[in-house]
Design a protein around this ligand. Sequence first.
Ligand SMILES: [Zn+2]
Length: 208
Amino acid sequence: MGGKAGDKQCAEALGGDLPNWLAHYGFMVCIVDLKAEKGTDVIDEAIFGFIEKDVVAGSFEVIWCSTPAKAPDKEAKVLTDRTHDVLAAAWDQHRTWGLENPAADGDNPSLWEAPLIRRLAQLDRVVTVNFDRCRLGHATRGPTQLLVADHVNFLDLHGLTCNHSVNAHKEKASPTKQRGEYTPHLSQVVANALYQGYRLQSFEKEDL
Ligand SMILES: [Zn+2]
């Protein structure tokens, strides 16, 4: 992880081209993901120890997490705890960070209901963003929630809800396959917001 800016993603193959967009904005991208070309398992205590040390040391300017919520119970708990730990460190350092997950639907276990994540959401300098993925070209509606540092501007995304016809999303895609996917449009929107947030934060640090 060299250079001025780095990026880290937790635990899930994002598909799409978010890493490419981040690289386009000049970030050195580090993908922490089982399904990445060079898979990284954050369940592994030793591996996570290295990652956490780097985050606490401030090696990452930008951190984006898309933690899978439906992993087997015990693993989900570990992933949730580690997502919290990494993001709490990023919050503490006034970094540019975000967490993306399906919006809670009341039926399935949701990351948003985990006590540690709720606590993170209640901190100051944190905002919640809600939108439907179909507005960014996704095949299914995909209600999604983000938790982000409040200097990351997702105002264009917030409140975008499905405006398609009743039958538009009738053909249900496999939830496991579709869930974590980032359409090119979503990748671009996320990368741009993170880049702008990073720039804003850099200027503010210069001003201190
Ligand atoms: Zn729609």
